[in-house]
Design a protein around this ligand. Structure first.
Ligand code: HEM
Length: 427
């Protein structure tokens, strides 16, 4: 997609570094016909604005921000995520509306690889954009906004608009959910093929929110990059298994409507075309996992580690046959394996879109604080995620190696049309 920006003139392609080099060579006045210190000052500061708007190669990809649905839901996964939840601090609905308007225009620019502001920075003020993505390509950035149940409390008079599907998630067996990794009035998921680009977007949205909302939690995550695996095969999680094989194919609109998008008949009209996101920060007991045998690991998932194929089959994408038994009448894929329980009768589906995370180590135990930032989208969590997780929480063999420590359910609004803003169907 064409990513040329307004103002991408030859002179604007001069970067800050070029400007400084030229200044050293005494060439600035000559180049732009400016003179003296004010000319240099203007050029350096102008070049900051130009850097922010530097054109990226079309190959580095822009995913349109505006559209019927928000991007970052059925969009093929990028390599990195930076995700945060905010608590609103302003009691005024008008402030919240304005925040969503500002967030929308900033997000649309960020997805194009631009800074949050077109203006030339005033040298006497902090620049509107923090600058660390200046000159970087858009890197397929997507920014996805969702509302938590707490958004609909008494503060803004929107309680009657809360969708029934936006429930408080029940406590699942063996949950060790911590408040500091959970909830939030608004969630913002930024995905991009570059970690700095992703961080920059979330950081600048947090800056725009100053005085209206504060960050409650932030988690970044990763998977193998496209550069490390140009074939695009299924990525592996930190337990070494291919993760995503059994995900439904939602490229057909009927499948996406069935599994992902809230329909107008499902609930409030303002959510039609949106989707419900579940986030679970799932810590892996990696050290314990690493000491278990390959056999035990494969029985735990019900799939083979190397190929990703179901146990008893050869190819990754061969069908799961949960009725197959061995010579002694035992199921080939253990009934308490992760895939057997998550698959069940194959009728309830969710779209998983999670990333690995590694957040240093637990200083108390010396163990790694790493795992899965589980994210999934579904049309109605009461019918999809909740029953599935109830079955997994009760019996999944994987539970020996994982602990759910963070949790959130968010109503991801429908997309915004150009000229509109995220949330305009609700406010
Ligand atoms: C750290 C936690 C988890 C890990 C490491 C994990 C890993 C995996 C792996 C390796 C597979 C097999 C390959 C694939 O189809 O993607 C799988 C399948 C699946 N997982 Fe998980 N998973 C975790 C948590 C969850 C949770 C919380 C849910 C939903 C409540 C879930 C739902 C599913 C589903 C629906 C499948 C596909 C089953 C099918 O083939 O029909 N997983 N998971």
């Amino acid at each position: 997609m064409e990513t040329k920006r307004p103002g991408d003139t030859a002179s604007k392609k001069i970067t800050r570094r070029d400007a400084l080099k030229l200044a050293g060579a005494g060439g600035i006045g000559l180049l732009l016909g400016v003179s003296g210190a004010s000319g240099l000052n203007r050029l350096v500061h102008n070049s900051t604005a130009a850097e922010i708007q530097t054109a990226a190669s079309p190959a580095d990809g822009v995913i349109p921000f505006y559209g019927k649905h928000q991007s970052g839901i059925i969009t093929p996964m990028q390599d990195f995520i930076c995700m945060g939840a905010f608590d609103l601090t302003s009691a005024s609905l008008e402030d919240v509306r304005k925040l969503f308007q500002s967030w929308t225009s900033a997000a649309a620019r960020l997805c194009q690889g631009r800074g949050v502001d077109e203006e030339i920075p005033n040298p006497h003020l902090p620049p509107a954009d923090t600058g660390e993505s200046a000159g970087l390509a858009p890197m397929k950035t997507t920014i996805t906004f969702g509302l938590g149940a707490s958004f609909f409390d008494e503060r803004y008079g929107l309680a009657s608009k809360r969708p029934e599907a936006l429930i408080e998630l029940p406590r699942f067996n063996s949950d060790e959910i911590r408040k500091e990794w959970s909830g939030g009035d608004v969630v913002v998921q930024v995905c991009a093929n570059d970690p700095q680009v992703a961080f920059h977007a979330l950081r600048n949205l947090a800056r725009i929110a100053r005085g209206k909302a504060v960050l409650r939690w932030l988690q970044d995550g990763f998977q193998r990059t496209g550069a490390a695996d140009p074939s695009g095969s299924t990525p592996r999680n930190l337990m070494g298994f291919k993760d995503g094989t059994g995900n439904p194919n939602v490229s057909a609109p009927e499948a996406a409507d069935e599994i992902v998008w809230a329909q107008s008949a499902d609930g409030p009209a303002w959510m039609a075309g949106g989707s419900y996101m579940i986030m679970r920060r799932i810590r892996m007991r990696i050290e314990v996992w690493d000491r278990s045998s390959l056999d035990e690991q494969e029985v735990t998932f019900g799939r083979q580690r190397h190929s990703g194929a179901p146990i008893g089959k050869a190819g990754e994408f061969e069908e799961l046959d949960l009725n197959r038994t061995d010579g002694k009448g035992n199921p080939v894929i253990a009934a308490n394996s992760h895939v057997a329980l998550a698959h069940l009768d194959g009728k309830v589906k969710i779209l998983r879109r999670g990333y690995s995370y590694s957040s240093g180590m637990d200083m108390k135990t010396g163990q790694l604080d790493a795992g899965l930032l589980f994210i999934c989208f579904n049309r109605d969590p009461r019918k999809q995620f909740v029953p599935m997780q109830q079955k997994l929480a009760a019996a999944d063999r994987l539970n020996e190696y994982i602990t759910h420590v963070g949790s959130g359910l968010y109503a991801c609004l429908p997309g915004a049309r150009e000229g509109g803003y995220i949330g305009d169907t609700l406010f």
